[in-house]
Design a protein around this ligand. Structure first.
Ligand code: C2E
Ligand code: MG
Ligand code: MG
Length: 379
């Protein structure tokens, strides 16, 4: 299965996508040569059949194919990075019929994706167990919201100079009856993959705004509430806009007290439609923040077209800011960029007091991190 193909299809269109597929197919056939057969299975999936041979020969061929596919490809003046995630099975060890073999090759391929993509993994029986667990998780996740197992934790967002709380980010956790509190990075991807995220996301939105409205009504502070939005929600612009509008009305909550966080990756797959979605949300008065900034592939020329209030610098850059001059240089540059584009800048993942001085020196006004507060229950 190709990695990154969907993004190409979404951004350059299907006919460019077809040409990319044809070029990749050509590379695969060249790589396999006389040693076997290459088939396109559907979408961006290919099947390669080799006569019986040693596992090390298979591994060698897999390596070669991965290397060939990873060579950059040019299309409409853009350099595209497509890679290959490859899973392999052996007959008859891993199955006697093609259903069984395909299913297990698929499992190994998904593990290869999970292991960071651009890699070959051989099927192992353990892999099947982890897929079964994932499936059990999916079934339980379907009911988690109804059973009241989802909780929101809030992480304070701090104005650094005065060390004041100026807002909070809502993070959804799953209190599982047997496994305890499960972090969002474990189950959000499952929810996204299986169409559960829209509903889950709307629950989060409702709950976070309700909580923030309660805090405000108690006069605690003019809280700004940040809510993460998944790409699936973001793609269905009308539904998202209506959900936001409804929630704000229901709680009589001021739109500018709500901030929606989207990641760089999400908006860059289709910058034009992202601008439209963000404008529709901005028209409601809601603010937009770019999450995990620096880890995606923002083109700086697109950045200024987005109606963003905030850039959130990813933890990867603030992590070593007291020890690593490159990290500090990047934070400085982003602060400067934010200033010129009229955007606020937040440093994520501040864990140590030693990170504070360099952040102040870089004039980064806002921070978030365990040093000031981990995600916590509202009360
Ligand atoms: P994110 O939006 O970038 O959230 C920040 C993550 O960094 C949180 O992880 C938070 O616990 C962690 N973090 C904060 N401060 C520190 C620190 O000082 N050190 C370290 N090591 N980590 C810190 P968490 O809660 O596991 O959330 C992971 C991701 O899950 C979030 O990343 C967000 O993308 C996603 N997520 C969480 N809640 C939701 C939600 O309601 N909807 C959607 N679509 N995604 C969500
Ligand atoms: Mg976030
Ligand atoms: Mg982040």
């Amino acid at each position: 299965d190709l990695d990154g193909f969907k993004e190409i299809n979404d951004s350059l269109g299907h006919s460019a996508g077809d040409r990319v597929l044809a070029q990749i197919a050509h590379r695969l056939r060249e790589g396999v040569g006389e040693r076997g057969e290459v088939f396109r299975f559907g979408g961006d999936e290919f099947i390669i059949l080799l006569p019986s041979g040693s596992p090390s020969r298979d591994a060698g061929i897999a390596e070669e194919l991965i290397r060939r596919v990873a060579v950059p490809l040019w299309m409409e003046g853009e350099q595209l990075g497509v890679t290959l995630s490859l899973g392999s099975v052996r007959h008859p060890e891993h199955g006697r019929d093609h259903d069984q073999l395909l299913k297990r090759a698929d499992i190994a391929m998904y593990q290869a994706k999970g292991a960071g993509k651009n890699v070959h993994l051989r099927f192992l029986p353990d892999m099947e167990a982890s897929v079964t667990r994932r499936f059990a998780m999916l079934n339980e996740l379907r009911n988690a919201q109804e059973l009241g197992q989802l909780v929101l934790l809030y992480q304070p967002i701090i104005e650094l100079r005065g060390r004041r709380i100026i807002g909070a980010e809502a993070l959804v956790y799953w209190d599982h009856p047997r496994h305890g509190r499960i972090t969002p990075s474990t189950f959000i991807p499952v929810a996204e993959e299986h169409g559960l995220i829209e509903q889950l996301g709307e629950w989060v939105l409702e709950e976070a705004v309700r909580q923030s409205a309660t805090w405000r009504s108690r006069g605690l502070m003019p809280m700004r509430m940040a809510v993460n939005v998944s790409s699936a929600q973001f793609r269905d612009a009308n539904r998202l806009r209506n959900a936001v509008d409804r929630v704000l009305r229901r709680h009589g909550y001021p739109a500018d007290g709500l901030e929606l966080e989207i990641t760089e990756r999400q908006i860059m797959t289709d910058p034009a439609s992202s601008v439209a979605t963000m404008n529709a949300l901005s028209d409601l008065g809601v603010a937009m923040a770019l999450d995990d900034f620096g880890t995606g592939y923002s083109s700086l020329s697109h950045l200024r077209e987005f109606p963003l209030r905030k850039l959130k610098i990813d933890r990867a850059f603030t992590d070593q800011i007291d020890r690593d001059t490159a990290g500090l240089a990047i934070v400085r540059a982003v602060v400067e960029l934010g200033r010129n584009l009229g955007m606020q800048v937040v440093a994520e993942g501040v864990e140590r007091e030693a990170q504070v001085a360099p952040l102040l020196a870089a004039e980064c006004a806002q921070v978030q991190g365990f040093l000031f507060g981990a995600p916590m229950l509202a009360s």
